[in-house]
Design a protein around this ligand. Structure first.
Ligand code: ADP
Ligand code: MG
Length: 527
């Protein structure tokens, strides 16, 4: 579709000419006919598809009909704000009097403040600085008849949700303005915001960002929380990645893992959401330059920043939000390259696994440490833990938690997010208790003997395997004296083989995996 086929004024078309655009991109030809009528739109389209022109042309066309129209574009970063301003300058070439201002943190407040008071047609800015100006009465959010939220997903990743809410709260009613939201992904959070602050928005998805998990080699290890770090060391030793991003679910764990890696001789740093952006960007740059091989981060800290082309992504903790899994592992295997994502499933976060697998519509292949040749590495940081809060504070929090939780029926497990929790059979209780006392090797051996099928009998090769074999022999001797534990219902089912990504998983494999879930859940939360 040509731009001339759209209901655009001469002046707006002149700007398009100046930009050198002739044909609309897909998102432009899909959204412009709707946004030009003044309707609210929520648009999902992949990066680089031409979203900027969609809202800029809508704003400019509105201005051509009403020169007192004022628009606001909110951007998550200063770099993007500057880019939008540049594009706006070009596309508004047909309106010599059109005035644009750009407002972001980290630079002189005075000049920007002077610009504000002179009255503008288009305001582009980052949430923090815009709110600052509103606070000092230099900016009134009620003046805008058009509001654009660009890169809404990144806005959230960077923790701007409260700021965005605060801005919307100061604006005129949603029916009295046009609100346009643009994002590369429309997550639940983004949709929630749209429902809250937009007026019957039309949801338009064109060229969604591909879920790239298909190209990524995924692996999943079952491991206890206590042995996770040990396993991580083994993985890093084996993979020796040039660049590796490790995700944890909490800030404390990010610091702990990074510090423990340093104690073990690795060059590693951590990234947290509440660090100043300049500091975070510097760390990322060092990683891009190859000076920093390992970075440990929480989702909030990493998602707003462009860290691509990683050799390895490790989910030290399974994310509690299933969409995060895709965001995390999507940082490897960019641009057709092969990449690897390793996930450590421990008892604390295993609940997140089923929702993730449902979302990506595949089972993450389970691998066993000895199968992939992992060897135990001496952990020089053994016993080290990091807590940002003081012990008394933690104790107080914990006792508060106990009080809150005491309203639950005794013995009943706490309701868990995404748990899909099913109460396990009582008769396996002793078996779970036994499982919880096992070491990593012993448990792997146990899983193998329970779910392993024929290859459980293969001769051991690695030290872990040899160790496991010894344990098994010892166990067998012990078991002669004791009655055998009851077999799980999935006895006949073979352990899932490390499948190729997207290879179909059969119902049997699923039920075998469920058996493992039930055991691990029951072990820690069951009656
Ligand atoms: P997005 O915001 O979707 O990531 P942008 O709006 O930044 O993408 O556009 C990506 C690039 O495509 C920019 O360089 C822009 O100038 C260019 N572009 C946008 N629309 C057109 C068009 N209709 N014809 C040619 N190039 C375009
Ligand atoms: Mg954009």
């Amino acid at each position: 579709m040509k731009f001339t086929e759209l209901p655009l004024s001469e002046e707006v078309l002149a700007g398009i000419d100046k930009a050198g655009y002739a044909d609309c991109t897909l998102v432009q030809e899909t959204v412009l006919p709707i946004s030009l009528t003044g309707k609210d739109v929520m648009v999902q389209s992949k990066t680089g598809s031409g979203k900027t022109a969609v809202y800029l042309l809508t704003i400019l066309e509105k201005y051509s009909r009403n020169s007192s129209s004022a628009a606001l574009i909110v951007s998550p970063t200063r770099e993007l704000a500057v880019q939008i301003e540049e594009d706006a300058k070009i596309l508004s070439a047909g309106f010599p009097d059109y005035r644009i201002g750009c407002f972001y943190g980290g630079v002189g407040y005075k000049e920007q403040s002077a610009e504000l008071s002179s009255g503008l047609n288009l305001y582009v800015g980052t949430p923090g600085r815009l709110l600052d100006f509103a606070k000092s009465n230099k900016l009134d959010f009620r003046c805008f008849d058009t509001v654009v939220l660009d890169e809404a997903d990144r806005m959230f990743d960077m923790g701007f949700y409260p700021d965005v809410q605060s801005m919307f709260a100061q604006m005129r009613k949603s029916e009295e303005r046009q609100t346009m939201l643009f994002s590369a992904t429309l997550s639940t959070k983004v949709r929630n915001l749209a429902w809250k602050y937009m007026s019957e928005p039309e949801e338009i998805a064109v060229q969604p960002e591909e879920i790239t998990v298909k190209k990524i080699t995924q692996e999943l290890f079952h491991v206890t929380k206590a042995e996770k770090f040990q396993l991580l060391l083994s993985i890093l030793k084996k993979q020796n990645p040039a660049s590796c991003l490790i995700f944890t679910n909490t800030k404390d764990m990010a610091v702990e893992v990074a510090k423990r890696l340093v104690m073990n001789g690795y060059k590693a740093e951590y990234l947290m959401g509440d660090m100043p952006q300049t500091k975070r960007l510097k760390t990322i740059d060092r990683m891009k330059e190859g000076k920093l091989p390992i970075l440990v981060a929480t989702d909030v800290a990493a998602r707003g920043l462009q860290i691509d082309d990683l050799e390895l992504v490790v989910n030290y903790d399974i994310p509690e939000d299933f969409e995060s899994y895709v965001h995390r592992i999507g940082r490897t295997a960019r641009a057709g390259k092969s990449g690897k994502a390793i996930t450590l499933a421990c008892e604390e976060y295993i609940y997140g696994l089923e929702p993730i697998e449902n979302y990506i519509q595949m089972k993450i292949p389970v691998v066993w440490p000895d199968e992939v040749g992992l060897e135990k590495v001496d952990d020089k940081s053994a016993g080290f833990h990091y807590h940002s809060r003081r012990p008394q504070q933690k104790r107080a929090e914990r006792s508060g938690e106990r009080r809150r939780n005491s309203s639950r029926k005794p013995g009943k497990p706490a309701p868990r997010k995404n748990s899909g929790y099913e109460k396990p059979a009582q008769e396996n209780e002793k078996e779970y208790a036994k499982l919880s006392r096992m070491s990593l090797e012993e448990r792997m051996e146990y899983y193998r003997s329970e779910f392993g099928g024929d290859d459980a009998k293969k001769p051991a090769k690695s030290p872990i395997q040899r160790n496991a074999q010894r344990t098994q022999q010892k166990k067998a001797a012990d078991n002669k004296k004791k009655p055998q534990p009851s077999k799980p219902q999935s006895e006949a089912v073979k352990r899932p083989q490390p499948a190729k990504p997207m290879e179909g998983h059969t119902a049997e494999v699923k039920s075998a995996r469920k058996g493992i879930f039930a055991r691990i859940k029951a072990k820690f939360f069951g009656e």
